[in-house]
Design a binder for this molecule. Structure first.
Ligand SMILES: *[C@@H]1O[C@H](CO)[C@@H](O)[C@H](O)[C@H]1NC(C)=O
Ligand SMILES: *[C@@H]1O[C@H](CO)[C@@H](O)[C@H](O)[C@H]1NC(C)=O
Length: 777
């Protein structure tokens, strides 16, 4: 550890102890894994930003990555390996035109790649915002090169003009379905299918009302359908509610769907969707008055079962700034499709002069059912395509695309709720655990550049870990999963990373491996390691539902380390905890040690101030972690502390001090000199009372600062070596190599500054409290 860092860490630790307890609604990650370049493969290129579009080409073993003015073809097994790239820059003329329309030449007047889809002929369809003049093109990969065909297709309605506007798209049977804005102002939303006959939404607020598009998915509902139903395309978005009886603008989450075979109407709804139906989606987060807003979805389907069993996992965030909760809700596809197939409609009724109220429609519904796909019944009546639909049906749906019923999540409550970093993206993977059961594991990207790995064990929310993917912390803009490589891919404004589903080797003990409750990992008794289930033929110890660590063999006793200290000196005994859910306690000669002015309990250790002869003894640090079955206590570290006699013998440890300790001492010495000068100046100026007058401290915190000041001016400062095979890691990691492409300071350092400046008596840490976890590789 760098001496300066260790010092700053040391200074700030007491503040960490004042962390607020989590509310019961919320769920804290068991482990916080700080940024480390070995956590993930990284890709970024100097001067290129906004890595926010991805296409998995498992057939070519490539990850296509769309950034600003560039597309990359990366090795899917190791995205640090660039196979090819192609630039797509705006021309000076386009830039000038964009600028003349009042847009920012350095940000908005660039080409942001927004759409990347595979075509049937193996080429790719790619669109970019192109300086507020969206354009599309075809791209192919052959012989290690990416080539754009320069077709210059109009991208209007396919790709947003504005790079900051949300959009959604999907390629189905070589037809692009896109949800975006059709005009420069971004005020004309559309759900468009670009095909021989393009079909779009009616431009009406009852169809789309200031929407923010989230995602799209295809559903093969014609498969084995008794009714002869058609396949569907689902669209998730949020919009201003038309149906709300409220004075203020209220945003709601929606799911809409259209039929793949829709060709529009003959007279009514010409070249418009005849099958556009939408419904409100609810994710009821406790205590919330206003509905939460959908931000991303992931479609999970069991390959062994039909589409009805597919699930949509969706992320929700609050619509007001008053809350910092995020939630995940899951929806059964059959529940959604039933609402569209059988549910009641909402209809507008005028009340008073200018006000319209939306109520449940209880009149006659024409046949064929408005918004339904062409099915066997319609075919029997001679209606074989939407062009044959009667005007009555079409007029009905044109005026009433909204369903009355609200779609509720499975269990009518969220699977996960978390306070802190806002959720941005989600992926779900199913894994079979050692108990033979299959579990859905959620991987959730956040606004702070972290990824949560979470489960819901029969109603119990559990976050295995929160890993820092990007440093500096940058929002996760896109998240993808490849079933072929079994790896996750995440993109941010500054780069992309590739991460495995599990890093079992981070758990060094059986206890830690079991209490992690990670269905991917188990403890191998024979080799004494936490390993991936998929890599092991042997029977492993695992207990995901209960976290029953009593199955673990007895751990080897920890070897006590010797520590010596001068009388009057200060000492830190380090005790890094493997888990955020664990609590530390200390014992001296097997009796509990109570914190006092001279013994200060830290999150990762114990401070002894002003040692006296009576402080000699055997110090043990115990970690206590509860699981559903029991409370587990482990001895994390033990120290034989001897207080050197006043005779002034040389420390036994003095000879073994490495260069870093010498360096540390040098820095401490330097700081002491500075501090003394500063103190002297302050005393001289009268800014500080003299130390012997210090009884009148007004808050606990000032007291602590003073103690630390004393500590740092003490000559006998020494930090105990970490127990076990620990190797110190910097708290602040730089980028992969020195050539950082941004000016941000390390996130933790920035937080530290903020914490230091904050003189409120209670300091809440940022959501991610880094544990100095040596086990991360
Ligand atoms: C692109 O990345 C830059 C660099 O950080 C960022 O400032 C900007 O907001 C990003 N633009 C979009 C549209 O995401
Ligand atoms: C991934 O690729 C990079 C760049 O070629 C290389 O340095 C690194 O060793 C590779 N990692 C693995 C695990 O193959």
């Amino acid at each position: 550890m760098h001496p300066l860092l260790s010092l700053s860490f040391f200074w700030l630790l007491p503040l960490a102890l004042m962390l607020e307890e989590d509310s019961p609604l919320d769920c804290a990650p068991r482990k916080s894994v700080p940024y480390h370049r070995n956590n993930a493969h990284l890709f970024y290129e100097e001067g290129v930003f906004n890595y926010s579009t991805m296409l998995l080409r498992e057939d070519l073993n490539l990850l296509m990555l769309g950034a600003r003015e560039a597309v990359y073809a990366l090795d899917l097994s190791n995205i640090s390996k660039k196979r090819a790239s192609v630039k797509w820059e705006v021309t000076q003329k386009q830039k000038d035109e964009c600028k003349n329309k009042g847009k920012d030449p350095e940000t908005e007047c660039k080409n942001y790649i927004r759409i990347l889809h595979k075509m049937k002929d193996d080429r790719m369809y790619v669109c970019g915002t192109n300086a507020f003049d969206p354009e599309c093109d075809y791209m192919s990969y052959a012989d290690g090169t990416l080539t754009l065909e320069k077709k210059e297709e109009d991208g209007k309605g396919k790709c947003p003009f504005d790079p900051f506007q949300r959009y959604a798209s999907i390629m189905v049977d070589n037809s692009l379905y896109s949800a975006t804005s059709m005009n420069f102002l971004g005020s004309e939303p559309v759900l468009l299918r670009s095909s021989a006959v393009s079909i779009r939404t009616e431009f009406k607020s009852s169809w789309l009302n200031e929407p923010s598009f989230v995602s799209m998915a295809e559903m093969p509902e014609s498969e084995k359908s008794q009714e002869g139903d058609d396949d569907k395309v689902y669209l998730f978005f949020s919009e201003t509610a038309v149906e709300c009886d409220c004075y203020n603008k209220l945003v709601v989450s929606r799911v809409a769907r259209v039929c793949k075979g829709d060709l529009g109407g003959q007279r009514t709804l010409q070249k418009k969707w005849t099958s556009f139906l939408k419904a409100r989606m609810d994710c009821p987060v406790l205590d919330s008055q206003l509905p939460y807003i959908i931000q991303d979805t992931y479609l999970w389907c069991d390959p062994q079962q039909d589409w009805k069993h597919c699930l949509f996992y969706a992320i929700f965030t609050p619509q007001s700034d008053t809350s910092d909760l995020s939630a995940v809700c899951a929806y059964q596809v059959s529940d959604i499709s039933r609402v569209f197939a059988e549910g009641k409609y909402k209809t507008p009724v005028p009340v008073e002069t200018s006000f319209v109220k939306w109520v449940m429609y209880s009149g006659d519904v024409p046949t064929p059912r408005p918004g339904a796909c062409i099915n066997n019944e319609a075919r029997k009546a001679g209606i074989t395509q939407t062009l044959d639909l009667p005007d009555r049906t079409l007029q009905f749906i044109k005026d009433r695309p909204l369903m009355d019923q609200v779609i509720q999540p499975i269990g009518e409550k969220p699977l996960l709720v978390r306070r802190g970093a806002t959720f941005t993206r989600i992926i779900v993977n199913r894994v079979q655990a050692a108990d033979g059961e299959k579990y859905h594991v959620m991987f959730i990207g956040t606004e702070k550049g972290t990824m949560l790995k979470a489960l819901n064990y029969q109603g119990e929310m559990f976050i295995i870990e929160e890993t820092q993917l990007f440093q500096p912390p940058e929002p996760v803009k896109i998240l993808k999963f490849s079933h072929v490589t079994g790896q996750l891919y995440a993109g941010s404004d500054y780069g992309a990373v590739q991460i495995p589903l599990a890093s079992c080797e981070r758990s060094l003990s059986c206890m830690d491996c079991i209490l992690a409750r990670d269905p991917y990992c188990g403890w191998d008794k024979d080799v004494g390691k936490c390993v991936a289930l998929s890599d092991s033929q042997r029977e492993l110890i695992q207990s995901v539902k209960a976290g029953n660590a009593s199955l673990c063999p007895n751990a080897d006793p920890v070897k006590p380390m010797n520590q010596s200290i001068w009388p009057g000196g200060n000492l830190k005994l380090s005790c890094p905890l493997p888990s955020n859910l664990a609590k530390t306690s200390w014992q001296r000669d097997s009796s509990p040690l109570t914190p006092s002015a001279r013994f200060q309990l830290l999150q990762d250790g114990l401070l002894i101030f002003n040692a006296s002869d009576s402080d000699s003894g055997l110090y043990s640090c115990l970690s206590v972690e509860s699981s559903k079955t029991a409370e587990y206590t482990t001895t994390v570290a033990e120290y034989h502390v001897t207080v050197a006699s006043a005779g002034g013998q040389i420390f036994p440890r003095a000879q073994t001090e490495g260069p870093s300790v010498v360096g540390l001492k040098a820095v401490v010495g330097l700081l002491v000199v500075c501090l003394l000068v500063l103190l002297a100046w302050n005393f001289y100026k009268g800014h500080l009372p003299l130390p012997w007058n210090c009884g009148k401290t007004n808050s606990k915190q000032t007291q602590e600062y003073r103690e630390e000041g004393a500590l740092n001016s003490g000559v006998h400062y020494q930090e105990a070596q970490r127990p076990a095979v620990a190797e110190d890691k910097p708290l602040v990691s730089g980028r992969n190599n020195g050539s950082s492409n941004n000016n941000h300071t390390g996130g933790e350092a920035a937080h530290s500054d903020a914490r230091e400046e904050n003189d409120a008596p209670r300091v809440s840490l940022p959501s991610l409290q880094y544990i100095d976890d040596e086990s991360e590789i």
